[in-house]
Every structure is written in structure tokens, then in C-alpha cells.
Ligand binder design. Structure first.
Ligand code: NDP
Length: 391
């Protein structure tokens, strides 16, 4: 029986485990390990099928190797934080285990959002006959697969891609982040960047916005940001001329973020406080609501997709491929809000395709390099149905 070892018992990790439980026996055996054992216990209590749990510090390679050797999984799914990507990949290499994650490696003291470090593992995974699948959440993840599907089914040439991400939900807090606050704020406060005609063009953070008509939500203002899938899509979608990423934010969110940034609360460098070094953004995380705790009162929808333009059979074509997800429906299904759901469920589907040997490969892969068709079917079948609209 092929086992999965899940590392990380936060918002996305909890969805992963509870969705596996609902889909049992598709993923027949799950072991959940995380830094705080109590969070693993909470997940275990919610699951109707038996799962094993362990405490692990995923920054420590020898401890990871020991755990993997004890559990003997076919695949390690990393839903801890991007800081742990490389240690977990090292442990997978040492133990001969496949790997999947949803976010690219981040060095703790520098916001980079780039794939270089993980792409550098390609030869080592290849030599060992192992597969590492990177960025199998929603964005990155489903959005990359939408692009690969468009390339395969709908276009002879893709010219432009706009990834548009709207969370139109309401959690009742003036300021909270929908996933890990540290990673979320690092991502939003970095300089904007997009790809055009073979070059990367930088912009001031959140300095450009456009209004998009989001399906089932309506017109909303979205801000141009850098997002990690731009880097891999620019490499893998042949001939693409421009790729941009846009995300909506409420006025309240932006006002709070602005103040927090102005006073230095989003900083990632240590500062001295009463003789102790503290990292402001980590202290801010302590003050903010745990993203998982937002779920119970979250209402509204996410509407996320790709607007793709290009040529098919000599004619111009513009297509919008998207998914709409309802916060309350996610809560009713797995006790989570839609951001955790749209991250955890694609990770389950990627894991499933690896377990079934439908996705196979030797080396490190971004999801758009793999066959999009079984994943697109699985999205419809297992809770994230998508639609396409010719514009
Ligand atoms: P959370 O902060 O809710 O959960 C992270 C979990 O990882 C926590 O249980 C945490 O433990 C655990 N963890 C942190 N450090 C370690 C460590 N050193 N060893 C073991 N466990 C550790 O984050 P989310 O669930 O919101 O996000 C999970 C991942 O998903 C992140 O990498 C995030 O960037 C990514 N993501 C991807 C998206 C996508 O669409 N591709 C969208 C949203 C998120 P503890 O409980 O002790 O803090």
C-alpha cells in the first residue's frame, strides 16, 4: 500500500488530510507530521479513517530522514512553509522518496519568490529516479495547469496570460491574512514584476491596477503583483509574449498594510526590542488571527482563473478558464475557508496522480510540464470544478 507522509498541519495541511479522509481509499494511508503535535491530533480527531501522526522539526534533515525511514512513504507532501522546501527535498533524496509542494523555497532572511534553488535539484532527483512536483496548490498550481490545458486544447500560439485572483469573501476582521501571514505579507509587499517580450519589468508594489469582471463576483479592482508561477510559466509556455498576475484586496486590507509597513511591522530583518532580537513580521503573525480560525464565519466566494489570448486555426482567440469556490461550502465540507481549500485540494489531486502513476517523471517538475488532462478531470470530480468562457 502506497503511503503519503504529509508535513505541515496548518490551514492547507488540515484540508489535505480531511479531503484524503473523504476520498478514502483513494489515498489509502496517511501519516501527518508537523512542528506542533497538537495540530496533528486535531486533524486526527476530525478524520474518520485511522491516520498516524508525529512531531517533526522539518528544518532538521537527520530528523526528517529518520521519520521518513520509519514511515516509509511513497511520497512526501510538503504543506509546511516555503522555508522547509530544501530540507524536505534533501531528506527525500536521501531516503529515495517522491516529493510534492505548493510554494517555492524562500530563504528566511530575503523575500525572493524564485525557483532557482529547487530547479537546481533536477539532476539529483533524476539520477535517483525520483519525481519532485513543485507548486501544486491553486496559484501556483491550478492556474499553471489551466495554462497547460489551454496550450494543449485551445491554442496554436499563446500570446498573453493574465492570472486574475479575486477573494470576494468576508471574514469579519478589519485585517487578517488568508494563509500564513508571514509568507502572505512578504509576497504582497515585494516589488511588482511581470514578463514581457523576454524581459522582466519591475513596478512599485501595488502601483498598477485594473478592473476585471470576475465570474460570479462581478467587476473588482485587482493589483499587479509578482507571483512565483510567472517565472515557471514564462519558461514553459512556449512563445508567450506577456504574463501578468493580478490580485484583489479590500480597501481596509490595503490601508492596514500601508500603516503596518510604514511603521516597520512587516520587516523581515531582526530588530532589538528590550535587549532581545525580534523579527517584526513574526511578531505581527503572533498578533494576527490564525488563518484557519477565519473559516467558521467566512462568507462569499473566490473567483480565480487565467485570461489567455492567442491564435487558433489562424484566428485570434481569447479564453477565460476559472474556478469559483464558496467559503461556506468549503467550511461545511472540511472545516476550512476557501483559500486553504483551494491550496489543499490540488495537492491531494497531484498526490493522487503520482500514487496512480498517472504523473510520472524523473527530476523536478512544475505542474504545467505534466499532462494537464487527468488533473482537469480530477478538479471537476473532486471539488474544484472549472469553467471556460470565450471572450
Ligand atoms: P500555516 O501557517 O497555516 O501552516 C503551516 C504549517 O507548517 C503549520 O502547521 C506549522 O507548524 C508547520 N511548520 C512550520 N514550520 C515547520 C517546521 N520547521 N517543521 C514542521 N512543521 C512546520 O500555512 P498554510 O497552511 O496557510 O500554508 C501552507 C503552505 O501552502 C505554505 O507554504 C504556503 O505558502 C502555501 N500556500 C500555497 C498556495 C497556493 O495556491 N499555491 C496558497 C496558500 C498557501 P505550527 O503549527 O507549529 O506553526
Amino acid at each position: 500500500m502506497k503511503k503519503v507522509l504529509l508535513i505541515g498541519a496548518g490551514g492547507a495541511g488540515s484540508v489535505f488530510a480531511r479531503k484524503c479522509d473523504l476520498l478514502y481509499p483513494l489515498i489509502p494511508s496517511l501519516h501527518v507530521a508537523s512542528r506542533t503535535l497538537d495540530k496533528c491530533k486535531q486533524i486526527q480527531n476530525h478524520c474518520t479513517h485511522p491516520i498516524e501522526i508525529s512531531q517533526i522539526d522539518a528544518d532538521n534533515v537527520p530528523d526528517l530522514v529518520k521519520l521518513i525511514n520509519e514511515v516509509k512513504p511513497f511520497l512526501v507532501v510538503n504543506l509546511a512553509l516555503p522555508y522547509q522546501d530544501l530540507t524536505i527535498m534533501d531528506a527525500c533524496l536521501e531516503t529515495g522518496t517522491h516529493y510534492l509542494d505548493t510554494a517555492n523555497y524562500e530563504p528566511p532572511n530575503e523575500a525572493k519568490f524564485c525557483y532557482k534553488w529547487q530547479w537546481d535539484y533536477h539532476e539529483r532527483f533524476k539520477e535517483k529516479g525520483l519525481m519532485a512536483v513543485l507548486g501544486c496548490g491553486f496559484d501556483p498550481g491550478v492556474t499553471n495547469i489551466f495554462c497547460a490545458y489551454a496550450q494543449k486544447q485551445h491554442f496554436d500560439e499563446i500570446h498573453t496570460i493574465d492570472i486574475v485572483d479575486c477573494n470576494d469573501g468576508n471574514h469579519g476582521h478589519a485585517f487578517a491574512t488568508n494563509f500564513n501571514p508571514e509568507i502572505n505579507i512578504r509576497e504582497i509587499t515585494q516589488r511588482g514584476k511581470y514578463f514581457e517580450n523576454g524581459k522582466w519589468i519591475e513596478t512599485e508594489p501595488l502601483s498598477q491596477c485594473e478592473t476585471f469582471d470576475f465570474p460570479e463576483v462581478g467587476p473588482r479592482k485587482a493589483y499587479l503583483m509578482y507571483h512565483e508561477e510567472l517565472e515557471s510559466l514564462a519558461k514553459h509556455i512556449k512563445g508567450v509574449q506577456r504574463i501578468r498576475f493580478w490580485m484583489t484586496f479590500s480597501e481596509s486590507y490595503l490601508t492596514h498594510l500601508n500603516v503596518l509597513q510604514t511603521v516597520g511591522m512587516t520587516g523581515i530583518e531582526p530588530v532589538m526590542h528590550n535587549g532581545q532580537p525580534i523579527i517584526p513580521i513574526q511578531f505581527l503573525k503572533t498578533l494576527l488571527p490564525d488563518p484557519a480560525s477565519l473559516a467558521a464565519n467566512y462568507t462569499g466566494k473566490t473567483s480565480i482563473g487565467c485570461i489567455i489570448e492567442g491564435i487558433k486555426d489562424g484566428k485570434k482567440k481569447k479564453l477565460f478558464i476559472y474556478n469559483v469556490c464558496d467559503h461556506k461550502a468549503c467550511y461545511n465540507e472540511v472545516g476550512a475557508q476557501a483559500i486553504s481549500y483551494t491550496t489543499g485540494v490540488p495537492a491531494v489531486l497531484g498526490a493522487l496522480l503520482m500514487l496512480q502513476d498517472t504523473w510520472q517523471g524523473k527530476g523536478v517538475f512544475n505542474v504545467e510540464e505534466l499532462d494537464p488532462m487527468p488533473f482537469m478531470s480530477a478538479l471537476n470530480q473532486y471539488g474544484l470544478p472549472w469553467k471556460e468562457l470565450v471572450l
